[in-house]
Design a protein around this ligand. Structure first.
Ligand code: TEU
Ligand code: CA
Length: 560
């Protein structure tokens, strides 16, 4: 059995502060708003809060573009507000994981302002500057936020690299001074008492020397440079140095966000004896409904793909390393809309998906609003959307001659603003999120879907999550049991077991709105069974050898 540790037994709740709770009526969530809701999170059973960036930022990418790593964003409040929030969390025995964004900074950071002054400025090599080639960018890499990954700066007649927005210049990790700056800022927050870091795109920090061109595709002006910046040549060296210099000196939890990571690499990043990170956010299950050209190319999701991917990760890290478990976050559409049914079977499918995720092996992450089944949003006009990734894509595809209706369809399904509409607290104006005008419109379904209604309804999604979290705390098998897939070829049922010693959990999930026939596989012997949790009324005495599952029905039995 994997070594026991607190971060394997914890449930994490991600807060996107801008959209969580506004207490001063400016329409923007703030730190005081989070402090106000800690009892709600404690009641849910949350152990750790992952706070998306709250540092000083011009908000080109809503805080993922940092202009001062040691200051609190003015819109979110003051350092005193932050100190109070941390103290109130610790008083409630909740831990705080901050978001470390060090693949890039904001172009308004002092380091970049210096760096762009001149080629011999002491900060020049804090960033990645190159001369153009034949009047063009230094290479053909595409930015993840559309267009070239290079921006020309006439001050020194050179280009700087930005894998994300033009206002997010990549830091040069080859420069030991940059690495030391990062370690110092990490210690600043750790010495204030935080309990860990989520590390933004941390597997992009090591680039292949020479920054070679990517493979271009027919008719595309730029190419993906992912082969030359994902899981690069010095990534493990950098992470082991960070661990030695900083992380090893504190009792902290770390999760690295790693686009393009596979299970073999994840074992290297999270192996117990690797001294790198505790876990990673991988993206394979987030790409199952994307076509070859990326997330905006919609492709139907199949249950087979979901079974294959999750089984690969459950088995791949079962002996060494550790899984993070998530189905949505601030970058992804709402899980009940994407993997379930946000219409007729909204309640049942939200609970079924929660059962699926929380009975797997790994640390579960709940994204704000997921616990009340918040759904995707559908704004009629592109002017109602705020996300830079969406707006850049819209402009680029429009210029390429695509039909605006087709572009909007992709935005409805995959846009990041789906996850960023304000938290729906109650059925008062603006869902109780703000007394002012919200920075991003509230989802109009807040009258039906809000926390206030669900906290007072024992059959709500909120109470179902609370029960799942309680089961995890009361039963070691939920954390440490070994995962095995059942019925691999069943088209609508996802069934798996967890085994720990003589105990077994049997998890049966109907991923469809059709009734589905479950037959207990012969390998599932048992003497006694106990119904752990279900999203429909179930007669406990009923045999489980054959079950006709209702639409999106979920059941978990403990077998002995
Ligand atoms: O996201 C990393 C990333 O790859 C994103 O492009 C994300 O996967 C994509 O937008 C999905 O549609 C991190 C942060 O989570 C994201 O909010 C930031 O915009 C990005 O890095 C740059 O810091
Ligand atoms: Ca505010």
């Amino acid at each position: 059995m994997a070594n026991k540790t607190w971060w394997k037994e914890s449930v994490v709740y991600q807060i996107y502060p801008r959209s969580f709770n506004d207490t001063n009526g400016d329409g923007i969530g703030d730190l005081k708003g989070i402090t106000e809701k800690l009892d709600y999170l404690k009641d849910l059973g949350i152990d750790v809060i992952w706070l998306s960036p709250v540092y000083q930022s011009p908000n080109d990418d809503n805080g993922y573009d940092i202009s001062d790593y040691r200051k609190i964003m003015t819109e979110f409040g003051t350092m005193e507000d932050w100190d109070e929030l941390l103290e109130q969390m610790h008083t409630r025995e909740m831990k705080l994981m901050m978001d470390l964004v060090v693949n890039h900074s904001s172009d308004e950071h002092e380091w970049f302002q210096q760096s762009r002054q001149s080629k011999d400025n002491p900060y020049r090599d804090y960033y990645i500057w190159r001369a153009g080639k034949e009047g063009k960018e230094p290479n053909n890499w595409e930015s993840i936020f559309s267009g070239s990954a290079w921006k020309y700066d006439e001050q020194t007649n050179e280009y700087f690299l930005h894998l994300f927005s033009k206002k997010q210049p990549d830091l040069n990790w080859e420069n030991p001074k940059v690495r030391q700056e990062v370690y110092d800022l990490m210690k600043f927050w750790l010495d204030k008492g935080i309990d860990g870091f989520r590390m933004d795109v941390i597997n992009l920090i090591s680039k292949v020397p020479g920054l070679p061109d990517g493979k271009t595709h027919e008719g595309k002006k730029y190419a993906s440079g992912a082969d030359f910046y994902m899981n690069g040549p010095r990534i493990h060296e950098f992470l082991q140095e960070m661990n030695k210099e900083v992380l090893s000196k504190y009792d902290v939890m770390t999760v690295g966000e790693m686009p393009g990571v596979d299970t073999e690499q994840a074992q290297l990043y999270t192996g117990e004896d690797r001294q790198e990170l505790n876990m990673v956010f991988q993206f394979e299950h987030m790409d199952l409904d994307s076509g070859p050209s990326g997330k905006w190319e919609l492709k139907p999701l199949t249950l087979q793909d979901l079974k294959f991917t999750f089984t690969k990760w459950q088995k791949g890290l079962e002996n060494d390393g550790w899984n993070s478990l998530y189905l949505n976050n601030h970058d992804q559409p709402r899980m009940v809309s994407r993997f379930g049914d946000d219409g007729e079977y909204w309640l049942e499918s939200a609970k079924m998906l929660a059962t699926f995720l929380h009975m797997l092996q790994g640390t579960p992450y709940i994204y704000q609003g997921e616990e009340i089944g918040m759904t995707n949003v559908h704004f009629d006009s592109i002017d109602d959307y705020q996300d830079i990734e969406t707006l850049n894509m819209y402009r680029e595809k429009l210029e390429e001659g695509n039909d605006p209706k087709d572009i909007m369809r992709s935005i409805y399904v995959k846009g990041r603003d789906n996850a960023r509409t304000p938290m729906q607290w109650d059925d008062s104006e603006n869902a109780g999120f703000t007394a002012g005008t919200p920075w991003l419109k509230v989802n109009p379904n807040y009258n039906e879907i809000n926390a206030d209604r669900q906290v007072n309804d024992v059959n709500s999604i909120f109470h179902y999550y609370k029960r799942l979290i309680q089961l995890r705390k009361e039963n070691e098998i939920v954390v440490y049991g070994t995962y095995d897939l059942l019925l691999p070829d069943h088209p609508t049922i996802y069934a798996y077991t967890r085994t720990l010693g003589a105990e077994k959990l049997l998890v049966i999930l109907n991923f469809s709105k059709e009734a589905s026939n479950f037959e207990l596989p012969s390998e599932c012997h048992y003497q006694s069974k106990e119904l752990f949790i279900s999203n429909y009324e179930v007669d406990e005495a009923e045999s489980i050898n054959r079950i006709e599952l209702k639409p999106y029905e979920a059941r978990v039995y403990k077998l002995k």
